[in-house]
Design a protein around this ligand. Structure first.
Ligand SMILES: [Zn+2]
Length: 71
């Protein structure tokens, strides 16, 4: 699942905008955080481009607009 909210990659520390990484649920929350973010490059070595469909989908989920979301 792509991240809906921006954050920082827990592996390389880079900034991860919405849709540019993956989130993982933490079993034991650290400092009240329940999720952590990993960038796509650390996960599978690919680069993400702004026009990628996954990015648009994550932004739509973040904005709570699921209309027209037939992908
Ligand atoms: Zn990373």
């Amino acid at each position: 699942m792509r991240n809906r909210f921006p954050g920082y990659c827990y592996k390389c520390g880079c900034r991860v905008p919405t849709g540019y990484g993956f989130f993982e649920k933490l079993r034991r929350p650290e400092n009240g955080r329940k999720w952590r973010v990993q960038c796509v490059r650390c996960c599978d070595g690919r680069d993400v481009r702004p026009w990628h469909r996954e990015v648009a989908r994550a932004e739509r989920l973040r904005d709570g607009n699921t209309e027209g979301g037939a992908l």
